[in-house]
Write a protein that binds this ligand. Structure first.
Ligand SMILES: [Zn+2]
Length: 261
């Protein structure tokens, strides 16, 4: 009721207080509180910039890890294909070796005199032909596998490369955002300093103390329906009444934030 002692009739005062009690809304905050609300709004703005800036390195790192993983996927698929191609080349070389041996045995057959020597060479040739046939079957299967895998690899590569392009675009966006935030940081700090000009020292000191003590904003909060909007707990009647008094700071008796109505 002290807020109403100057030039206001008692009945008007009563009505105003009653209205605030019923509606739970603020009437006329202390001018110092109004100034602090501007300070708070600028501090929150600055805090948001600082928090956004702090998050960027981790977000960049996470994007770079994803890009590396995608690139590794392409490399691994490429390695698997190269490995299969090498296996095919080895099989091919084996077949050629066997064919050379067959030709050599056939030449020897022309030179041998005895039947059993001739038959022994025939058996070796037949065995080599069986081996060649088996090697060729394996080689054909491998070639089919390689074709399928290459096709799959080419399709997946297009998708992965497109994902990498998107991720790199996000990196660029983040880097641009980092520059923009850095640019706005000094202005926001300056605005915070300017908003503090003209604030009563006692109010400002309490504000700064609460700002340090409270981990997260807000630091100056209204009382609505006798509840502090900072901690959402009910304040005492004394605090609720006192918060209407202009000229001195009042605090939530639960969380110690500056309160007003
Ligand atoms: Zn509170």
């Amino acid at each position: 009721m002290q807020s109403c002692i100057f030039e206001l009739s008692i009945s008007f005062c009563f009505r105003v207080d009653l209205l605030a009690e019923v509606s739970g809304t603020s009437i006329m905050p202390d001018p110092q509180i109004e100034k602090l609300l501007i300070v708070q709004s600028r501090d929150i703005h600055l805090l948001k910039i600082e928090q956004d800036l702090q998050r960027i390195p981790n977000e960049l790192l996470s994007l770079k890890v994803k890009i590396s993983a995608e690139e590794a996927n392409i490399e691994n698929a490429k390695k698997s294909l190269i490995e299969k191609e090498l296996n095919r080349a080895v099989l091919d070389a084996k077949v050629k070796d066997q064919e050379t041996s067959i030709n050599r045995f056939r030449t020897q057959q022309l030179e041998v005199k005895k039947n059993d020597e001739y038959r022994a060479l025939t058996q070796q040739i037949e065995q080599l032909e069986i081996d060649i046939s088996s090697l060729e079957e394996t080689e054909i299967q491998l070639m089919i596998d390689i074709d399928l895998e290459r096709e799959k690899f080419e399709d997946e590569k297009v998708v992965i490369e497109s994902r990498i392009v998107d991720l790199k675009r996000l990196v660029d966006v983040l880097l641009e955002r980092e520059i923009a935030l850095q640019d706005s940081l000094d202005t926001a700090k300056q605005q915070g300093v300017e908003a503090r000009f003209g604030v009563d020292e006692v109010f400002l000191n309490h504000y700064e103390r609460i700002r340090k003590m409270t981990k997260r904003p807000p630091y100056v909060v209204p009382i609505v329906n006798q509840k502090c909007e900072g901690c959402h707990l009910r304040v005492s009647n004394e605090v609720a009444r006192g918060a209407r008094e202009v000229g001195e700071p009042h605090f939530c008796d639960q969380c110690a934030r500056l309160v007003y109505v």
